[in-house]
Design a protein around this ligand. Structure first.
Ligand SMILES: [Zn+2]
Length: 184
């Protein structure tokens, strides 16, 4: 499936509430319910053309058999690593702009109420740039630098693969892989 030039939409499985909130803050249409069953995740992904986000390998295999896009999140990934990976794979913009955010509670679209306040058009929850916004920005800075590191290590691995594969080259490449594993 080609995801270029297209704003990705997501569906997070019932275990990934935190990730769903993050994607909504970043402005991505993300379906989430804490009691959704696997068959329904697949059904909604199919209907709305959403990328499935899950830690459940079985669910991912079933989804891929149906031709759906599924991102299997490794069990040891924290939110920073997940956001970095999603940004590389689906072009997620790691910049928080409250005016482009969605409601983290219900995925609704926000409308501006006054200079510093926004309100969800669906559940009416209000948002403003309080102290928490600073925390959001700090985490996104970390996610961005993680993304850069991941991209660098990916590029150097690809370069090594493409070059003359002398034993020295493959040794370097293995060392890099170990480095990456440690970082994660
Ligand atoms: Zn809402």
């Amino acid at each position: 499936m080609c995801l270029d030039n297209m704003q990705s939409k997501f569906i997070a499985d019932a275990m990934l509430g935190k990730l769903a909130r993050w994607l909504r803050i970043l402005g991505y249409d993300t379906y989430y319910s804490n009691d959704i069953e696997d068959w329904k995740v697949i059904k909604i992904a199919e209907k709305d053309k959403r990328v499935i986000l899950t830690r459940d390998r079985g669910l991912c295999i079933r989804a891929k058999k149906k031709g759906l896009e599924c991102f299997l999140i490794p069990p040891d990934y924290d939110i920073i690593s997940i956001l970095a990976k999603l940004s590389i794979k689906y072009g997620i913009d790691l910049e928080a702009r409250i005016e482009a955010s969605r409601c983290s509670e219900c995925n609704g679209i926000l409308e501006k109420v006054d200079e510093n306040r926004w309100r969800c058009t669906r559940c009416k929850k209000e948002y403003w740039k309080g102290k928490h916004w600073k925390t959001i920005e700090e985490i996104l800075i970390k996610a961005k630098s993680k993304k850069e590191k991941d991209e660098l290590s990916y590029n150097s691995r690809t370069r090594n693969r493409g070059g003359q594969n002398t034993s020295q080259d493959s040794k370097t490449s293995n060392n890099e892989k170990i480095g990456v594993a440690k970082l994660n």
